[in-house]
Design a protein around this ligand. Structure first.
Ligand SMILES: [Zn+2]
Length: 297
């Protein structure tokens, strides 16, 4: 068994040592010695606190990760409440970050909850700095263009990330996929069904600390015209069970990674007929984010 990180486990919450709250979870070390308390010292960034993100945030907080940081720009709407577990009717109209912070601070055993209300495509440098401060990033936004941007940020900062969400079987299918800090294959290798226009790539992979002038000159009509993102669209709304199941698959990928087991497969689970599948995340030599051909351009 790993030697516990005493300063962390001895920390007290409501007068009770953290080790007492986490007692059952720490027993897992007897079966899996790599699942030590040091895993819980990680800082986790969740980008998007909708269906999948709210389930992720709650699970990460209850598991006791040292820091759970959340990014979103939206407000809570009535249609969110069937699956977004951080909000109630009284939160409708509030910023999701504010409502999530209130809820999660009440749920926290030992986690520091941080929230950042922002549009990541607008405040690019600020977002990149948040990625740099994190040990692991979840990208669970409902626009794959933004997922592409978060993927680019994680590659730039060399941070591991995981993404996933609902796919087209009417809200009952979910996917989860992981990207290592070094990328290759990156998420974009399987995200793009055809080569996007150069402007598109530049727009969704440019940060304000490099080539800002090119972002400013972007012809947005060309960006909007590109329809080649995706093999598994994540535009369908989640149900409670896919948001919950998908978020747990993503956390499992993260924990496997932290325990030294990188899973280079996209997990696919359809809850209507209990179809489970995996496909290899393969390096796409034409990938605009991580391939050798495009690096250095
Ligand atoms: Zn790639």
């Amino acid at each position: 068994m790993k030697i516990p990180e005493q300063s962390f486990l001895d920390r007290r919450s409501n007068g009770v040592p953290v080790s007492e709250y986490l007692d059952r979870q720490l027993l897992i070390q007897f079966y899996h010695p790599q699942f030590g308390p040091d895993i819980l010292l990680k800082k986790i960034l969740v980008v998007g606190i909708g269906g999948n993100g709210s389930h992720l945030a709650l699970a990460l907080t209850r598991m006791g990760f040292a820091e759970v940081a959340l990014v979103d720009k939206d407000t809570v709407s009535p249609s969110n409440l069937t699956r977004q577990v951080l909000y109630t009717k009284s939160d409708v109209g509030r910023l999701k970050t504010d409502a999530a912070a209130d809820f999660l601070r009440g749920q926290s055993i030992c986690s520091e909850i941080k929230v950042h209300t922002m549009d990541v495509l607008v405040e690019r440098q600020r977002f990149l700095n948040l990625v740099r401060q994190a040990d692991f990033v979840f990208s669970v936004v409902d626009q794959l263009n933004v997922t592409f941007f978060v993927t680019a940020a994680c590659l730039k900062a060399m941070k591991p990330m995981c993404s996933g969400g609902t796919f087209v079987v009417g809200g009952f299918g979910t996917t989860a996929v992981m990207q290592r800090p070094e990328g290759q294959p990156c998420l974009a290798c399987n995200l793009l069904s055809k080569e996007p226009p150069a402007d598109w790539i530049r727009f969704y992979s440019t940060f304000s600390d490099d080539r800002p002038e090119e972002t400013g000159e972007l012809d947005l009509s060309k960006v909007a015209a590109y329809d080649g993102v995706i093999k598994l669209p994540t535009r369908d709304p989640s149900t409670y069970i896919t948001a919950s199941t998908g978020s747990n698959l993503m956390i499992a990928l993260m924990i496997n990674w932290m325990m030294g087991n990188y899973v280079n497969e996209r997990l696919i689970f359809n809850l209507l007929n209990f179809y489970f599948d995996k496909d290899l995340v393969a390096l796409n030599p034409h990938c605009p984010l991580c391939s050798h051909e495009n690096n250095g351009e």
